[in-house]
Design a protein around this ligand. Structure first.
Ligand code: APR
Ligand code: PHB
Length: 387
């Protein structure tokens, strides 16, 4: 079997890449180790930058997102007994975000690929990438896929990045001493906008998916197991952290999903080796506080699509050679923003009184200075693409 681009992984990166390549007349095969049902149900983040929304709409996969997605024009930072709104419409006029679950994006992309006759294979076993320097190929379940290039879109735990020879990649990383316990609940959101809350008990986030479904996160110790958190304990803790301003009451309901997300910052440089190009979580991870993971994957895939189009249409390898460099500027900006939001809003066990004072001073600055709030707002809605 032969294709132009062998794509490992049917997350947002792999699926969007396959679709954008199809629109440019470039063939691909997507190989995913999980089932279609599994990837469509996997609950992940839900904040789409304006550029991500535009990319999906331009690619013809934005119809349901436009109908069901929730446009947001601000977020709230809550700490010290008060809430402070960061108004996007004032600070970054004309720019906003859309709340729409990642698994809904994945469902829309799979439907679009299949409707266009795309080759997306689920439940594929033993995927391995070979001959990365030239004439690369992929083996899986006893079959062989020859391709011109391979796109490693297989997430942080995939097989693509580890296939790069030792000594090629430089790893930059930071681990945090906490995780997020995330839940979905069948209950109307208690607030119209997202609330990022810093309390002495730890961070909490109120998000949502629809007028009837809410999403919440709690900062918990890194080794937390979901079994330690029965529903009542979760609601009690969410109340203790979120009901920290006068007049706010949390509406509770049935919890339908629970999971623990580790917090990590991670980048490899370069994001390519030979004929293998890494995109999305395969190359970089951000803690979810800045809501950047999915958006960065989309940004990588846009760059890779242009580079592959230039290569297949005109034979030029210039953009492909510069792929990693072109992506890493945005990757590092998002790394800094996500780290900064994380440091600003979480409690750290080993933090002393001095550290807490600095954190609160910075929060006061961000919520009182227009210049400081604008840096938050423009990063949150997403900086413009370089191309
Ligand atoms: N063979 C085939 N597929 C694999 C393999 C493998 N060996 N290993 C992993 N995969 C699949 C995973 O099952 C998953 O469906 O690759 C896909 C990777 O998808 P994601 O983890 O969603 O990563 P990505 O597409 O880069 O999406 C961006 O950023 O912060 C996050 O939540 C955000 O998941 C989102 C990600
Ligand atoms: C979510 O809705 O899942 C969500 C929102 C904002 C974040 C992270 C996750 O920063």
């Amino acid at each position: 079997m032969r294709t132009q681009v062998g794509i490992i992984g049917a997350g947002p990166a792999g699926l969007l890449l396959s679709h954008l390549l199809h629109l440019r007349g470039i063939s691909s095969v997507v190989l995913e180790k999980r089932s279609r049902d599994y990837v469509e149900r996997r609950v992940r983040a839900g904040v789409l930058e304006q550029g991500t929304v535009e990319t999906l709409v331009e690619a013809g996969v934005g119809e349901r997102m436009r109908r069901e997605g929730l446009p947001h024009h601000g977020i709230e930072l809550r700490y010290g007994g008060a809430g402070h709104r960061i108004p996007f419409e004032k600070l970054v006029p004309g720019r906003s975000i859309t709340v729409y679950g990642q698994q809904e994006v994945v469902k829309d992309l799979i439907a679009a690929r299949l409707a266009a006759g795309g080759d997306v294979r689920f439940d594929v076993e033993d995927v391995a990438v070979h001959s990365l320097e030239s004439e690369p190929y992929v083996t899986f379940g006893g079959e062989r896929l020859d391709c011109d290039v391979i796109a490693g879109c297989d997430g942080f735990h995939g097989v693509s990045r580890p296939a790069i020879p030792e000594g090629v990649l430089t790893v930059f990383e930071r681990e945090y001493p906490f995780a997020w316990l995330g839940i979905l609940a069948d209950v109307e959101p208690s607030s119209e906008e997202l609330i990022y809350t810093r309390t002495d008990r730890g961070f909490a986030l109120h998000s949502m998916r629809s007028p009837t479904v809410s999403r919440f996160y709690l900062q918990v110790p890194a080794d937390t197991r979901v079994e330690e958190w029965p529903d009542d304990r979760i609601w009690d803790e969410l109340r203790a952290r979120l009901e920290s301003v006068p007049g706010f009451t949390l509406t509770t309901g049935e919890i339908t999903e629970k999971g623990v997300t580790p917090m990590r910052s991670f980048v490899v440089e370069p994001m390519q080796y030979g004929r293998l190009y890494l995109a999305g979580d395969a190359a970089h991870i951000v803690p979810p506080t800045g809501a950047k993971g999915l958006n960065l994957a989309v940004a990588d895939v846009r760059v890779l699509t242009e580079a592959l189009a230039a290569y297949f249409e005109g034979g030029s390898t210039e953009l492909l050679d510069g792929y990693s460099e072109a992506c890493l500027k945005r990757v590092w900006r998002a790394q800094h923003f996500s780290w900064w939001m994380t440091m600003l809003l979480h409690t750290f066990e080993d933090d002393d009184a001095y550290g807490r004072k600095l954190q609160l001073s910075y929060l006061d600055y961000v919520t009182s200075s227009e210049a400081a709030a604008t840096t938050l707002a423009e990063n949150y809605v997403g900086l413009p693409y370089a191309t």
